[in-house]
Design a binder for this molecule. Structure first.
Ligand SMILES: C[S@@+](CC[C@H](N)C(=O)[O-])C[C@H]1O[C@@H](n2cnc3c(N)ncnc32)[C@H](O)[C@@H]1O
Length: 348
C-alpha cells in the first residue's frame, strides 16, 4: 500500500475524466485505481494534485494498492543491480519454449550463471533456464545449451495451432522461420504427395500436413533423436496416417518421380541434395529450396544451381523470398521452383 491523493469521481461520469487525466499524464501508474458503489478513486501524481484540484475535482487522501509496472527487463536489472560487474552484459532478450526460457549469455557472465538463471526463472516464471552457448552446429544442427536453472529440458512450443514438442538441449528450433512455417500452413496442396527431405521434429511437415489438404506427407529425418520427437508430434497433432515418418538419410529415398512437392528445409549444403530431389519430383511439381546466399547474388546462385542440375529450360522460379537474415550480408532464402513438365524425365 502507499499513501496517495485520489481524484474522487462519480462512477457514472468517471470514464471520460479518467481518460482525460491519463492523457495529460496526471495519473500515478504505480498505484491502483480504486472503486466503491458510487465513486472511482484515481491516484494523482503529487506534482499535479493542485492542478487536478483546480479542475473542480474532489481530492481526498487515502491508501492505494501499488502496481508493479516494471518491465521484466527492469525487474531483472533491479535484482542484479548489486553486481555492477554485470553492467552491459545481462541478456536483454530471451525466448520461450513453453515454460523453458533460453537466453543468449555473454561468456564473461559465466561465473554468475547460477544467479542469472535463478533471476530469469523468478522474473519470467520459467521452470528451466538454458544459456545458448554456441548456436547450432553439425549435420543435425544440434544446439549447444547449458542448463543454468532447473532440470527439465523438454517442453512444447505452441505455434499456429501446432504442438512442437522437443528437448531444447538436443534439437534446434529456428524461431526466425515462423513466417515460413505459417506459409506452409497456408499452401493449397489439395490431394498432393509431399516429401519433406529434412523434417527435423516436423517444423514444416506439421503445419503443411495439418492445414494444406495434402494427401500424404513423407517426412524424412536422419537424426534418431529428432525422429523420436517427429513421431511424437505426428501423434500429438493427430496426423497419424497422413504423415509417414522415415528415419533415414534422404539420399536413400527412392527416386521414381512420385512427389508433387518437395521441401528442402536445410541451408548451406542444400545444393548437394538437388539431384535426389529431382529424382523424386514429378514433372510440373514444386520444390521449396532453402539456402543461404550473399544478399547481392542469391538469384544468380539459385539459377546456377538449377541450370546445372536440370538445364536452363527445365525449371521456372515462381518466387524467391528472404526467410531471415543469417549473418552480415548473408540471408536465408527460400525459392519456389517449378520443374517444367517438358523436362526430360529419366524414368520414361
Ligand atoms: C534442423 S532442420 C533445419 C531447420 C528447419 N527447416 C526449420 O525450419 O527450423 C534440418 C534437419 O535435417 C536433418 N538432416 C540433415 N541431413 C539430412 C539428410 N541427409 N537426410 C535426412 N535428414 C537430414 C537434420 O538432422 C535436421 O533435423
Amino acid at each position: 500500500m502507499k499513501r496517495v491523493t485520489f481524484a474522487r469521481l462519480p462512477s457514472d461520469r468517471a470514464g471520460p475524466i479518467i481518460r482525460d487525466l491519463m492523457g495529460r499524464e496526471y495519473v500515478d501508474l504505480h498505484a491502483k485505481i480504486g472503486k466503491d458503489e458510487k465513486f472511482r478513486y484515481v491516484p494523482i501524481l503529487p506534482e499535479y494534485i493542485d492542478t487536478v484540484g483546480s479542475m473542480g475535482i474532489e481530492m481526498i487522501e487515502g491508501d492505494a494498492h501499488t502496481l508493479d509496472r516494471r518491465s521484466p527487463q527492469e525487474k531483472i536489472h533491479d535484482i542484479l543491480t548489486g553486481y555492477p560487474e554485470l553492467d552491459g552484459m545481462i541478456p536483454e532478450k530471451w525466448e520461450y519454449v513453453g515454460d523453458i526460457v533460453i537466453v543468449k549469455m555473454d561468456p564473461r557472465c559465466r561465473q554468475y550463471k547460477d544467479l542469472i538463471g535463478r533471476t530469469y526463472a523468478e522474473v519470467l516464471g520459467a521452470k528451466t533456464v538454458c544459456a545458448d552457448v554456441m548456436g547450432v552446429s553439425g549435420e543435425f544442427r544440434q544446439p549447444s545449451m547449458e542448463i543454468i536453472y532447473g532440470t527439465e529440458t523438454e517442453s512444447v512450443r505452441l505455434e499456429n495451432g501446432i504442438r512442437y514438442g522437443f528437448d531444447v538441449t538436443k534439437v534446434m528450433f529456428a524461431s526466425g522461420n515462423t513466417d515460413e512455417r505459417m506459409r506452409m500452413r497456408k499452401l493449397d496442396c489439395t490431394g498432393e504427395t509431399v516429401v519433406d527431405m529434412f523434417a527435423g521434429i516436423g517444423y514444416f511437415t506439421l503445419p503443411l500436413a495439418k492445414y494444406s489438404c495434402a494427401r500424404r506427407v513423407f517426412a524424412c529425418e536422419k537424426n534418431p533423436e529428432s525422429y523420436q520427437f517427429l513421431c511424437r508430434n505426428i501423434r500429438d497433432n493427430e496426423l497419424t496416417g497422413k504423415v509417414i515418418p522415415i528415419l533415414s538419410d534422404n539420399r536413400n529415398l527412392l527416386g521414381m518421380h512420385f512427389a508433387d512437392r518437395i521441401l528442402m528445409g536445410y541451408v548451406q549444403t542444400t545444393s548437394e541434395f538437388v539431384p535426389k530431389a529431382l529424382s523424386m519430383i514429378r514433372p510440373g511439381g514444386i520444390i521449396h529450396y532453402h539456402d543461404t546466399f550473399y544478399v547481392n547474388e542469391y538469384e544468380d546462385r539459385i539459377r546456377s544451381i538449377f541450370d546445372s542440375n536440370c538445364g536452363e529450360d527445365g525449371y521456372e522460379i515462381l518466387r524467391i523470398h528472404e526467410v531471415k537474415s543469417y549473418a552480415p550480408s548473408v540471408s536465408h532464402y527460400v525459392a519456389d521452383i517449378r520443374i517444367r513438365p517438358s523436362r526430360q524425365n529419366p524414368m520414361q
